[in-house]
Design a protein around this ligand. Structure first.
Ligand code: FAD
Ligand code: FES
Length: 346
């Protein structure tokens, strides 16, 4: 995989804790991407390499820059580094675009619902711009949760879309810290929960003619899925993106601290994998620069072959039929037995 070096051309402040980095397309080899995919940025901070994926907030064919939007995470290394340190003119290394959270067109579609919270808006706005720009008949419903107006990312961009596509775009803002505006039925107090999602879904719609894109915390995903199931009797055309791996402590009952052997670039490493840590995290802590990107079990960049012993993957939310029986994603892998041996084959 050949990486790119991208120049920061503009930095746009979205909210107090969120900025958008705008990159010019590289001169020689343009980056091709699909709305909803992500760009993986690579940084060296205090001598250590950090890799983080950020969904494109720009849309090909609509925006001329490549744009990613980064919200600070409390105690987060890279998100704060980007917000504090990156300047216009900086060059940043990036992997080629990846991701399968993209618009899935079908001839019957009349309505597409988007459900997002906080920075989860980034892939959604990219797909929304794509649909509004490239189709003429699809209605778009954006349901977007935030604390209040001030923390709402892309507030002005969403308003501009509303003006340009008034007949096809419906926007509902959900604010947990609402300043009441009784004249506005599209500003709703509280989180997007199951009851609110149910009240938004139109029972008259044929479930085959609508689709749903969800990006936000687990609670949002569960609420929306449960509302769709209740309203339409089945989950159909539902797509989601996770920014973080969610782990259930119950899955760790049979996991113990283990020593493993890991072969990477022809070199053998002995590693201790503390209970709770993934094999990828332990390797990175030991300064072994394994390949990775999403850290959510989505992209396969961290794939390893298990030559001996048993491994358990924890936190995967999507079925992975593309892995061989002895292949594991190290970003969600934990050793189950002694004598685990892994080989990374490039
Ligand atoms: C496919 C994909 C697309 C993404 N797109 C975006 C995007 O468009 N914009 C964006 O701002 N972020 C996005 N993220 C999240 C981003 O990649 C980083 O995980 C995030 O910036 C935190 O990194 P960090 O180094 O600051 O935090 P770390 O130092 O890695 O983590 C610090 C602490 O924060 C927790 N944490 C990690 N990520 C999150 C999170 N997203 N929310 C809350 N807590 C978290 C960790 O569990 C840890 O406890 C995306 C993630 C994925 C997998
Ligand atoms: S880093 Fe993407 S699947 Fe592990």
């Amino acid at each position: 995989m050949t990486n790119y070096t991208l120049k920061v051309t503009e930095i746009r402040r979205e909210t107090d804790d969120t900025i958008t980095l705008c990159f010019k397309q590289p001169g020689l080899k343009k980056i091709k991407y699909i709305a909803g995919q992500y760009l993986t940025l690579i940084f060296r901070i205090n001598g250590r390499r950090y890799i983080r994926p950020y969904s494109f907030s720009s849309c090909p064919g609509v925006d001329s820059f490549l744009e990613v939007t980064i919200k600070r995470v409390e105690n987060g290394l890279v998100s704060n580094h980007i917000n504090d340190m990156v300047k216009v003119g900086d060059s940043i290394e990036a992997m080629p675009p990846m991701g399968d959270f993209i618009f899935e067109p079908n001839d019957d579609l009349t309505d597409v619902y988007f459900w997002g919270v906080g920075s989860g808006i980034t892939p959604l706005i990219s797909i929304i711009k794509h649909i509004l720009n490239s189709t003429e008949h699809i209605n778009v419903h954006l349901n977007y949760g935030n604390k209040n107006q001030e923390t709402t990312i892309f507030k002005d961009q969403i308003e501009a879309l509303k003006t340009n596509y008034a007949e096809r775009l419906t926007i509902r803002h959900f604010h947990t810290k609402l300043v009441l505006d009784e004249g506005n039925p599209y500003l709703i107090q509280g989180r997007i929960d199951q009851a609110k999602a149910l009240s938004i879904l139109d029972a008259k719609l044929d479930p085959n003619c609508c689709s749903h894109y969800i990006c936000g915390p687990t609670g949002l995903k569960e609420s929306v899925k449960s509302a769709i199931q209740t309203k339409f009797g089945r989950l159909i055309n539902v797509y989601s993106e996770d920014f973080e791996l969610v782990k259930d402590p119950k899955d760790f009952i049979d996991i113990h601290t283990q020593q493993i052997a890991l072969t990477f670039e022809g070199k053998l490493h002995k590693l201790e994998i503390a209970k709770g840590k993934t094999i990828l995290e332990a390797a990175l802590d030991a300064d072994i620069e394994l390949p990775y990107s999403c850290q959510t079990g989505n992209c396969s960049t961290c794939k390893g072959k298990v030559m001996n012993g048993a491994i358990k993957m924890i936190g995967l939310t999507k079925e992975r039929n593309d892995l061989e029986e002895d292949e594991y994603l190290l970003c969600c892998s934990h050793p189950l037995t002694e004598n685990v041996q892994i080989e990374i084959q490039n």
